[in-house]
Design a protein around this ligand. Sequence first.
Ligand code: ATP
Ligand code: MG
Ligand code: MG
Ligand code: MG
Length: 499
Amino acid sequence: SSMTSDQIRQSFLDFFESKQHSIVPSASLMPDSPNLLFTNAGMNQFVPYFLGEREATTPRIADTQKCIRAGGKHNDLEDVGLDTYHHTFFEMLGNWSIGDYFKQEAIEWAWELITEVWKFPKERLYASVYKPGEGDPAEFDQEAYDFWKAVFEKAGLDPEVHIVFGNKADNFWMMGDTGPCGPCSELHVDLTPAGDTKGSLVNADSPYCIEIWNLVFIQFNATPEGDFVPLKAQHVDTGMGFERVAGIMATSKNFTDFSTPPSNYNSDLFDTLFQEFEKLSGHKYQRTLPEDLDNISELEMKDVIFRVLADHIRCLSCSIADGILPGNAGRNYVLRRILRRAVMYGRKLGLENGFFAKLVPVVVSQLGHVFPELKKQADVIQRTIKSEEDAFGRTLDRGIQLFEKIAADEGNISGLNAFTLYDTYGFPLDLTELMAKQKGITVDTEGFEVEMEKQRAKGRAAHKSTDILVADSDAPAEATTFLGFDTLADEAELIDIVK
Ligand code: ATP
Ligand code: MG
Ligand code: MG
Ligand code: MG
């Protein structure tokens, strides 16, 4: 039988502990940096080390980091459920060298863990190496190439087949336009039934060839003048998708069976949630994948909804546990949108108002031993989601009626109508777009933005905000409000104001 997800996570940490790494707790999903909506990578909390602003107490670190990619530069929200390997909330396993070991150890240890401890079939593995394209910085990463070459040759595999090249877009990591940066190497797994793609599906958005691990070699400082100056201290920063590894191992029954499409949702991490959905909806999960995204069958849609709901409740629960509540701006609004998406999708399965909050204990029992803050805040999480869900439920039916009427009377949704749905009925724009798409009609998003801007201007005139700005948002910078746990009453009022 395959390893459980708990065993996989623990074996990662044990492996790096055996290589003298200190195991540290996950940082909060609330980032230190005002430029981030959510913590979105393991390295976020270690940036001060790379910048030389703070000294690391130990040069080797490993952990599992809670991440959310639902806004800003990394926004995977639209893929969630439609594919099986992008979540909003996920765990990123990582190991770091702060000015200590470099490419050789990082590559050899990654290979050792993947092939010897976890027993991934070597012939299905592909490593990508940085090769600059037109106008890209720095040089071909010969060092990484040579270390991978040695690894593949030792395994009796042809390096020319198993090493693929990527330019800046996929294989060069930069934090911003300036600062510490460097080439990266990624490990990809061929999960086609025959396993004979020879690397042709790497970075091709195929569910059958999945990127599992990114090894970043921080060796340059990008200057404002556009130079890439070698750093004195070189660092390693890696990130691996925990749910992807668990999903691959579970789907393939520890690499013995590649007949079914791989999916993160096949790992035991989602078992108890899916059992709950099956109980609530009467639908049994069929492990289907939409064949044509523009034409999703009813059965496929039910499976999509299972995946969306599982993803979204993990995201909401973990955010609230870290003090980020649904609200009307910035990261808080991202959460509100995610919650409302979940409620809408739940309705399509016939789930009753209040179902979403009831899922919280399932998440807490699944992840509470890894992230104790979930256990500690369980009541707050459930109350917050319940009040948010209730408030949305109160206007939802009227909103759906209005949407149906507009669709029947006018066909497409005008900017003003989309804004009314947003402003009066609490429909985030992406929700209206989702509903429109399912009807084969369009939404005038530009017109919507015009109406939004008018309202923002009014708001700005009405009161001066002292809130912090979120610059990494996909919307124009907006004020975000952190409401502490003792302000649930205020939060409920806020919901009513927003609507
Ligand atoms: P992809 O190309 O698949 O979107 P990425 O290159 O954006 O992944 P990285 O920024 O390199 O991802 O993050 C490190 C690792 O985290 C990835 O190799 C992947 O295994 C995992 N990962 C990234 N995004 C997600 C996500 N949305 N859900 C689950 N795992 C993810
Ligand atoms: Mg990505
Ligand atoms: Mg990638
Ligand atoms: Mg990557």
